[in-house]
Design a protein around this ligand. Structure first.
Ligand code: AGP
Length: 613
């Protein structure tokens, strides 16, 4: 999604802003721009395409020196990704520049008002209207913050706006509704950004802005108020992620680094939450035992990879707790008139904590009186801040757009919640969940073992790089693993890929099978009641000439004669197998994209956090 940076202080603003935008590139964008305020007024430069295009423009046509600046990387929503629609947008009189992340839903009405007043709009964007509205407002407002406050009261939708005014060169003001914004408090300088990675090279003191808040920064001050001018308490915290953590750490790709970090991410997420006896502790989750015992239904809402984590969680939650659990695509959930009440627990799974579909589904659930538990990887982001309870995953910064370590830690957090719920409710599975909790504690080492399959998988990717389609099948928790393997291949290698429940093959998809078609099959542990059924599926697939790539336990010889390729997995309990089974599929998709020469960390058309519906 869009990246935002603001700066005011003794440094050259342009240098700080451009460096900050570079740290936000992972969010995905299609144009970039900057504005600085100097004694001669506001100066902007903006270009479609990658940041390097803007830097070339700045080399060709430099900006004046300045200590106040804002910058933006845009992921187009209204209007094509071109120079004119790139941010910042400037008022007709040149006194206001604005950058924006989100969507102004009443944009058309406000645009028509401006046109009726004779304003000449230059772009197709919703953002530009804010520049014109604010310039007009400033004739009546005492300060830039007051002016922006008055404008925000007329806007509906999701917006983070950052503005500068030619008349107040050492001030940057921002407004936050829905889309993320964080303040970096420095020594004699202050920062604004979409996330902390843009300024942690300068300061680790961060302030998370809340809903409908205005912040004014000068070199010496940070002032936060609500949309009516009232001071508000702020959540100030120390950023623990150092810049190295968000760098590639010696890997060629963020994605490879993050795949390799998965054992540590699992261990960090489990830390302090399972004791030596296998007892799970989630006391800081903020759901009382009484509230947990009153739950009579669980609904998990999420998107994309997070949704697949929810599908896996469903099997564990129902098996261990005997509480009915549904899994819903967040973008569908609130439009189907779901049945919710105060005894329904809604679980919102989100790495970024800013996915608008998931956020709006969560808000809907709370309006219906349900409690919401967030499972999130980003401290202080909107979804956990607006939830009743939260379980943070501790995967660390996930920079690659394709989610890997966040996915595994989402599954781990869901397992922890299910075990804890079983313990609190004393279900028949409560005792065995202690044993399974100890097994969960051993999964980090098992994931580490699977990382060694990279070489063989790279050769496989080269071998089937020309396939016109690749299928993935599995049963039970292997089915969401198959879906995730297909999604990874789609988003990274831009190939057609599809995941199926293996039992569904004979109901249609088997017609797709033809000579040489690669099919990945996730085989459950040998003790699993579904093991023999999936071995039969492998035979069906092989009999039709398809290339069978079988993921199976290290000592499972039953599949050998039907497998074109075998990827061995460490032994583990059935329900925990996704943690090891998905890793080779992540590596495969990453290697296939590399073979094809694509941008693995920032795949085309994708954004790391989709903060629009
Ligand atoms: C994952 O590889 C994708 N980039 C995407 O499906 C992602 O999982 C989805 O957009 C949800 O994001 P979130 O976890 O930040 O809410």
């Amino acid at each position: 999604m869009c990246g935002i940076v603001g700066y005011v202080g003794p440094q050259q603003a342009l240098d700080v802003v451009i460096a900050g935008l570079r740290r936000l590139e992972y969010r995905g964008y299609d144009s970039a721009g900057v504005a600085v305020v100097s004694d001669s007024g506001i100066h902007t430069r903006k270009k479609a395409g990658k940041l390097v295009n803007l830097e070339n423009e700045l080399d060709f046509d430099p900006l004046p020196a300045s200590h106040t600046g804002i910058g933006h990387t845009r992921w187009a929503t209204h209007g094509a990704p071109n120079d004119v629609n790139a941010h910042p947008h400037v008022s007709e009189d040149g006194t206001i520049a604005v950058i924006h992340n989100g969507i102004i839903e009443n944009f058309a009405l406000l645009r028509d008002e401006l046109i009726d007043r004779g304003v000449k709009l230059r772009s197709e964007t919703d953002t530009e209207i804010v520049a014109h509205m604010l310039a007009a407002q400033m004739t009546e407002s005492a300060s830039l913050a007051d002016g922006l406050r008055a404008v925000c009261q007329r806007l509906t939708g999701a917006f983070t706006l950052v503005v500068v005014h030619s008349e107040t060169p050492d001030v940057v003001v921002a407004a936050r509704r829905n889309s993320p914004l964080v303040v970096g408090r420095g020594e004699g300088e202050n920062f604004l950004a979409s996330d902390v990675s843009a300024f942690i090279a300068h300061t680790r003191h961060a302030i998370e802005l809340g809903q409908d808040q205005i912040v004014e920064i000068t070199p010496e001050s940070v002032t936060v108020t609500d949309f009516f001018g009232q001071p508000v308490d702020v959540n100030e915290y120390e950023v623990t992620w150092d810049s190295a953590a968000a760098e590639k750490g010696g890997y060629d790709l963020f994605m490879l680094k993050e795949i390799a970090e998965q054992p540590k991410a699992i261990a960090d997420t489990l830390l302090g939450r399972i004791d030596a006896s296998g007892k799970v502790s989630l006391e800081d989750m903020n759901l009382s035992h009484g509230e947990l015992k009153a739950i009579d239904k669980i609904i998990i809402t999420a998107c994309g990879t997070a949704y697949h984590a929810g599908m896996i969680a469903k099997y564990a939650i129902e098996h261990w707790t005997r509480v009915a659990c549904e899994v819903e695509l967040a973008s569908e959930f609130r439009y189907r008139d779901p049945i919710l009440d105060k005894n329904t627990l809604v679980i919102s799974i989100s790495q970024s904590g800013e996915t608008m579909d998931t956020l709006m589904a969560m808000r809907y659930a709370r309006e219906q009186g349900s409690k919401v538990l967030a499972i999130c990887n980003t401290n202080g982001s909107t979804i956990p801040r607006e939830s009743d309870a939260v379980i943070y995953t501790h995967a660390g910064p996930e920079v690659a757009v394709a989610s890997t370590k966040a996915f595994l830690t989402q599954i781990v957090a869901c397992y922890l919640f299910a075990m804890y719920l079983a313990q609190v409710r004393g279900t028949g599975y409560g005792e065995s969940s202690s044993e399974i909790a100890l097994e969960l504690g051993r999964m980090s080492a098992k994931v580490d073992l699977v990382l060694d399959t990279s070489e063989a998988i790279r050769d496989l990717a080269i071998e089937i790089a020309d396939a016109r389609s690749i299928l993935f099948i599995g049963r039970s928790v292997g089915f969401p693993v198959a879906l995730e393997g297909a999604l990874k291949l789609k988003e990274l290698a831009y190939m057609h890929a599809e995941g199926f429940a293996a039992g569904e093959l004979k109901h249609g998809p088997i017609a797709l099978l033809e000579d040489g078609l690669p099919v990945f099959i996730v085989v459950p542990p040998q003790g699993d009641e579904l093991h023999d059924k999936i071995v039969s599926n492998i035979q069906e697939v092989r009999a039709r000439g398809a290339k069978t790539i079988v993921l199976a336990e290290e000592d499972d010889m039953s599949i050998n004669e039907f497998a074109s390729h075998i990827i061995r997995l460490p032994k583990c309990p059935d329900l925990l197998q996704p943690l090891v089974a998905v890793v080779p599929l992540q590596i495969f998709a990453c290697e296939m994209a590399t073979v094809k020469g694509y941008d693995v960390d920032q795949p085309r058309n994708l954004a790391k956090s989709v903060t629009v519906e």
